[in-house]
Design a protein around this ligand. Structure first.
Ligand SMILES: *Cc1c(COP(=O)(O)O)cnc(C)c1O
Length: 390
């Protein structure tokens, strides 16, 4: 059989973060002492009251199809969250619950982009954005940034990249992979341009709650009704509630886009898992006291790792203000990021993700969603590795 693979599917690169993670886990399973900095998820357990709510729903037989875009109770709780925490008014009909934040992103791109469209993506980017854009048949337009600007795209860069074909601008703050956070003024400046040029913004705010050094975030949708009308906010339960495996995310969009996404979702996945949605309600309406504890722990690790990395020859690292990643510059080692990571795993059994996966070959991504003991051990090994290169 001569299998035909669609052009769109054949154009995709496999997820490098998942590949490295799989290799490190296989080495670990084989009894090797691997230190993993690859994790894209918090190392804390989902808070108990959230698990209890889902377990109770499961036991009560809440196991059937729900409305495709989510149960009304959860869509209302999400609209309430946007009101309470972001000062944003959304009707529950503008809120779509999906099978993860990634799925929300996918739905936005599928519902708004097609062949001939351009999507502006600042690099370093979350690696799935350009692949989703290609799947929709549209063209990713990548704007390079560097550690010199804390990986932030400038209004000048954005304005110069917009053409009559620009359909979407993707903004992710706090950022995966850099941990960079745009200030409210910086977000507004980018949003103003999109309003002026009539470009839709997909604002991926999944790390909204994970902030350090008194960093402040403001959603681009919040600056005016016009800004809100040009924005789709993507969010989810994976990071701030440590629910990666639950596959539960959400978005808030202008009504016509929400309707289109509802149609896309109803013909692809249908509803996210029924009892997981009950967990989502508990996550939003229950106590949030887990978060300060997690943030204190992340912050301790971030400070330690940032300082240690900058003491290693060949490495320099700007600090992150959000999420749980550091994105050190390794260009002085003269290794490409994939060589650096392959050799590091080989020589020192340390797993990091090559920056090339995020469109930035001079860097590697280290996740500090792992224990302090692991971070200490892993950074000692990275230091030994870098000294061996000198
Ligand atoms: C983790 C993450 C998501 C969503 O992840 P899900 O597990 O699908 O909820 C979305 N965007 C970014 C940038 C992420 O890092």
């Amino acid at each position: 059989m001569n299998y035909k693979i669609s052009k769109a599917a054949a154009s995709l690169s496999p997820s490098l973060t998942l590949a490295i993670d799989a290799k490190a886990k296989a080495m670990k399973a084989a009894g090797e002492d691997v230190v993993g900095f690859g994790a894209g998820e918090p190392d804390f357990d989902t808070p108990q009251h959230i698990k209890d709510a889902a377990a109770k729903a499961l036991a009560a037989g809440f196991t059937k199809y729900t409305p495709s875009s989510g149960i009304p109770e959860l869509r209302e709780a999400i609209a309430e969250k946007f009101k309470r925490e972001n000062g944003l008014n959304y009707k529950p009909s503008q809120v779509i619950v999906s099978c993860g934040g990634k799925h929300s992103c996918f739905n936005v791109i599928m519902a708004t982009c097609e062949a001939g469209d351009e999507v502006i993506i600042p690099a370093p980017y979350w690696l799935s954005y350009p692949e989703m854009v290609k799947l929709a048949g549209a063209k990713p337009v990548v704007l390079q940034t560097s550690d010199k600007t804390e990986f932030k795209v400038t209004p000048l860069q954005l304005r110069a990249a917009i053409t009559p074909n620009t359909r979407l601008f993707i903004l992710n703050s706090p950022s995966n992979p850099t941990g960079s956070v745009y200030s409210p003024d910086e977000v507004k400046a980018l949003g103003d341009i999109c309003v002026e040029k009539n470009v839709l913004i997909m604002s991926d705010e999944i790390y909204e709650q994970l902030l350090y050094d008194n960093a402040k975030v403001r959603s681009v949708a919040g600056f005016s009704p016009e800004h809100q009308a040009h924005t789709v906010i993507v969010h989810g339960f994976a990071k701030a509630w440590s629910m990666t495996g639950w596959r539960l995310g959400f978005l808030a969009a202008p009504e016509p886009i929400a309707r289109a996404i509802d149609a896309v979702q109803s013909h692809s996945t249908s509803n996210p898992t029924s009892f997981a949605q009950k967990g989502g309600v508990a996550a939003l309406t229950g106590p949030q006291d887990h978060l300060p504890k997690w943030l204190a722990e992340f912050d301790k690790r971030r400070r330690f790792a940032h300082q240690k990395l900058n003491s290693i020859p060949g490495i320099s690292c700007v600090n992150a203000r959000g999420a749980f990643y550091l994105f050190p510059n390794i260009s002085e080692t003269r290794l490409k990021s994939s060589d650096f990571c392959a050799k590091l795993l080989e020589a020192e059994k340390v797993a990091a993700v090559p920056g090339i996966a995020f469109g930035a070959d001079d860097y590697v991504r280290l996740s500090y969603a792992t224990s302090m003991a692991n971070i200490e051990k892993g950074l000692e090994r990275i230091e030994r590795f870098c000294r061996s290169l000198a």
